[in-house]
Design a protein around this ligand. Sequence first.
Ligand code: NAG
Ligand code: NAG
Ligand code: NAG
Length: 591
Amino acid sequence: MMRCLPFLFVALVGSFTLLNGAPAPALPEELDDAEFYTEDGKNVVTCALCATVVEDVMILLQNGTVTDEQIIDYIIDTCAKLNVFTNPDQVCGGLTAIALPTIRYIFSTGVVIPGNICGMLLQGQECGLSDPEPLEWAIAPSSNPKPPFNEPSQPPPDSPTIKVLHLADIHYDPEYLAGANAMCGDPLCCRATSGEVVNATDAAGYWGDYRTCDMPWYLIEDAVSQMATRHPDVGYIIWTGDLTPHDVWSTAKEENIYIIDRLMTLIAQYFPGVPVYPTLGNHESHPVNTFSPPEITDPELSTSWLYDEADRQWARWLPAEVSSTIRYGGFYTALVQPGLRIVSMNMNYCYTLNYWTYYKSQDPASSLLWLNQILEEAELNGEKVHILSHIPPGNGDCWTIFSREFSKIINRFESTVAAQFYGHTHKDEYKVFYDTVELTRPVNVAFIAPSLTTYSKLNPGYRTYTVDGQRPGSTWSVLDFSTFIMNLTEANQRGSEAAPVWSELYQAKQEYGLTDLTPQSMDMLFQRMLTDDALFQLYFKNHHKKADEVVAEGCTNRCKSNLLCRIVTTDIADQSKCENIRHQLFSHPEF
Ligand SMILES: *[C@@H]1O[C@H](CO)[C@@H](O)[C@H](O)[C@H]1NC(C)=O
Ligand SMILES: *[C@@H]1O[C@H](CO)[C@@H](O)[C@H](O)[C@H]1NC(C)=O
Ligand SMILES: *[C@@H]1O[C@H](CO)[C@@H](O)[C@H](O)[C@H]1NC(C)=O
C-alpha cells in the first residue's frame, strides 16, 4: 500500500509527493523514480484506485452545498487513514487549501474530461482514456524543406571554446536548521517546525542532509563562491530553475519572490558581467506546479504574477525584447553571440502535475508553435540553437503528446539544435533523441544536470560544459562536460568550522571513454552500457553523484533497466526501446 500512496495523493489533490521524481520517505531506492513499476513493469498504483479517488473528488466538487472546508476535511481524513504523513492536517490540508480555487475553477468549466485524468496522470500504465480524441493535436510541420543532414566536423585543435556553467535545482530553504529533525515524515524536514529529535542520528547535518531536506543559505553561498573562484573563465550561465524549497503545503507568492530575488542577486554578485539564461522550474509557482495558460486572466488563478516577476528579475541579464514572451508564457529566445541562440522553454506546460494540463493540453501558450517558428528563422539565418528548460520531455511526468510533438520538431531541426539542457530530476543523466522515421539514428542529445540540493540521498552538485566557440563554421556543440560535487558525508564529519571541499567528480569524455559527445557517441555509450555492467555501474554512481548510501545499495535489475530506459525514451508512450532493454537485460542469465 505504501507504494501506491504517492500517486494516490497526486490524484487526490492533484499534487506532489513525486516532486521531481523524489519519493515519499519510505519508498525503496529502486523505486526512486518518476515512474514506479512492479516487477512485471506495471505501475504500482492501479488505474482503479486512481479512478475511485477522482470520482470521489468530482462528486464533492460538483455538489453546490459542499464547502471548501468540507473538501479539505475529507482529504485530511483520507490522508490520515492512509498514514502517509506525520502531519496530515498541515500537509494534506495545506496543499488542498492552496490548490482548491484552481481546482474548482478548472472543473467548473466543464472542459476537463474526468475519464481522461487517470490515463494522463498515470501515462505509460495504459489506464486508458475515456475520450482521447479531444486530447490529440499536432504542430503543423515547417513548410520549408528539411536541409540534408551533414555530420558536423569536430573543431580543429586550439579552436576557441566557451565555458558554460549549469545551475540546476538549488531548492534554497530559508528555514533550514542544523540539528533539527530530519526524520519528520513530511515532504520537507530539517526545520525548527519539523518536530522533536528522538534519536541523535535523526538530527539534520550542518552542511545539509541526505534525507528530505533542502539547502541552507550558507551552503549555497559557499557553493557559488567556490564556483566563481574555480571557474573564472565562465562565458555564460544557464540556470534551469527550481529555486524554492519542497514545503509544497505552505508556499506563498511573497516567499517565492523573496527566494528568487535573493538567489538571483547572489549569482549576479559572484559573476558580475556574466550573462545568465534562466528558465522557470515547477516549484517557482504558487500553488506548486501550477502554470495557467495565458487566456486565464483572473489574478487569483493566473500565473502572470510569476511571469512578470521573472521578467523583472531576468532583465538584468537579458535583452529588452524578451519581455513580451516571458510575460505571455514564461519563455524567450536570445542571441548569445552571433551564430549561437538560446531558446528557453517553459515546459511546465507539459507537466502532468500541473492542474492546467487537464484544462488545456494542446500546446498551452502556443509555445511549441513558437519554437517551430524560432527554429525556422534560426535555420534561415544559419544560427545554431541551444534549447533549455526545466522539465526534460519524454518522462512519465511530461504529457506524451507534447513530448511527441517536441521530438518531431527536434527531428526536423536536427541541424539547427546543437544541444538541449534540463534539470528537474536532480540526477546526473542524459537523453538521446532518435529520428522519428527509422527510430534508430540518434539525432540529438539532452544534457540533464544534477541538482545543487541534496534532496534526497544526493550530494550537492553542478555542471560545466565546454562548447565549440566563435569561429567560421562553429558547430556550437558540447565538446565535453564536468560534474562537480561536495561530499556531504565528509563535510558533515568535518563540521561547521571547516569549509566544505568541492571537487570534480568526473569529465565525461575521459570517464566514459568517448571521443566526442555527438548524438552518435552518446548512443554508443548507451549501447555499451547495455552489455558492459562495469561501465553502467560507473554511470549509476555518477547519476546519484556518488552519494554514499546509494552507492552502497547498488543498482541491478529494475533499477538498471529504468536508468537505461530513461536515456532512450523521449516520449513515454513509445516504450519500444525500453522493451528491447528489458528483453536484453532480463533474458541474460546474470539477471
Ligand atoms: C451534497 O452533499 C450533501 C452533504 O454535504 C448531501 O447531503 C447531498 O445529498 C449532496 N447532494 C448531491 C446532489 O449529491
Ligand atoms: C537510533 O538510531 C540508530 C541508528 O539508526 C539505531 O541503531 C538505534 O536503534 C536508534 N535508537 C532508537 C532509540 O531508536
Ligand atoms: C565521502 O566521504 C566519506 C567519508 O569520508 C567516504 O567514506 C566516501 O568514500 C566519500 N565518497 C566519495 C564519493 O568520495
